[in-house]
Design a protein around this ligand. Structure first.
Ligand SMILES: [Zn+2]
Length: 372
């Protein structure tokens, strides 16, 4: 039948198209199954001059997974853009969106971002698992710190500040706290850029600079929404800091993050921003700093089929500085942070004693170097 209507060339073209289409679908399945199986947090689809490379971010580090012909890479991105509802014709301007999927009964949420580069369009997919049992009990806190956190989360006003580098699990910690607090009696609002976890019962706002509102303006609007608990993604400027402190001192529980290397570093940072330290000190419930370290594989030294080059999963390491009257008084009397460290015999991650790791005693410093 075909022979009568179509010439040989046309048939070859259709066959070729069909072959490419099914290759794209196969590649899509392979990339997503494998990415999830390897517990990647992100999938990168990167254009090079003559091909595409797929890379996975696993335990914080990018690793090559697959090399694709250029047309397959382009087709893969188009398929992802269709699923995300993005404009497939627009290949240069940045676009972002989300799509949902299900793999082996696990509901998954994907955040997609695309942008045009000189070598073609690139795409990064953040894998956000919806079913992860995110809870304070299972994020890996020490028993002592778990108790401190629970005790303070039950207070109705004050501020909790968490620090740690990008990828140290701050958002996961904050969300496990919000989940602990989440019930019908509380109004929980978050303002973030971007929103990383979607949680039922919490009002989350993704802050976008494009709408012409400053972060502090959005935050002011938020405070008129009668919140009990407020999560402010990050304090980057004095204005935001001032609003956060005021909210914490007027009957709200405020959770936030700042860039600082340890808990005392949080105070240094807030001081540098020019905030009223007396007010802040009154408002702080506790400061937390954290890192995520790669966990050594139990079965091997340099890699086996159960792990990724000798490492599997990550462990949380956190330090918490809880504020009580004694600490507040020391700081109010003399805001000399070097002296403060001496008075409370403060030791950050790097200065602590020994830690038992892989049945060997090593210093925290070595521990971090080994795993970070
Ligand atoms: Zn292994």
């Amino acid at each position: 039948m075909f022979k009568d209507i179509l010439n040989k060339e046309k048939i070859t073209e259709i066959k070729e198209n069909f072959k490419e289409e099914s290759e794209i679908i196969n590649t899509f399945n392979k990339v997503f199954f494998k990415g999830i199986d390897m517990r990647a947090s992100d999938i990168h689809i990167e254009p090079h001059i003559e091909f595409y490379i797929i890379r996975f971010r696993i335990d914080g580090i990018l690793e090559n997974f697959l090399k694709l012909e250029k047309n397959i890479g382009i087709g893969l991105i188009s398929r992802i853009k269709i699923l995300t509802g993005l404009d497939i014709g627009e290949k240069r301007l940045p676009q972002d969106g989300r799509f949902k999927g299900k793999i082996e009964k696990i509901k998954l949420d994907f955040r997609v971002s695309t942008i045009g580069t000189l070598k073609g369009e690139r795409c990064v997919i953040r894998i956000l698992s919806k079913n992860t049992e995110l809870s304070l009990e299972n994020i890996g806190l020490s028993d002592e710190n778990y108790e401190i956190i629970k005790r303070n989360l039950n207070k109705t006003s004050g501020i909790i500040i968490i620090s740690g580098p990008t990828g140290s699990g701050k958002t996961t910690t904050i969300y496990s706290m919000l989940k602990y607090l989440n019930n019908e009696e509380r109004n929980i609002l978050t303002i973030e850029d971007p929103v990383e976890y979607e949680v039922e019962g919490i009002s989350q706002v993704q802050y976008k600079n494009e709408i012409g509102l400053s972060f502090s303006n959005v935050l002011r609007g938020f405070l008129r929404q009668d919140p009990d608990i407020l999560f402010i993604g990050e304090i980057r400027d004095k204005e935001t800091g001032e609003i956060a402190i005021r909210a914490a001192l007027t009957g709200h529980l405020v959770l936030t993050t700042v860039h600082a290397k340890d808990t005392v570093g949080i105070l240094e940072r807030m001081k540098d921003l020019g905030l009223d330290m007396n007010l802040l000190i009154n408002g702080i419930l506790f400061l937390q700093s954290q890192r995520l370290l790669k966990r050594r594989c139990k079965f091997c030294e340099n890699g086996c089929d159960k792990c990724n080059k000798g490492f599997k999963g990550r462990i949380l390491m956190e330090e918490i500085l809880e504020f009580d009257e004694k600490i507040r008084n020391i700081l109010k009397e003399n805001l000399n942070l070097i002296k403060f460290k001496e008075q409370i015999q403060y030791k950050n991650f790097y200065e602590r004693g020994k830690v038992l790791f892989d049945k060997k005693e090593i210093s925290w410093k070595e521990f971090i170097k080994e795993c970070d």
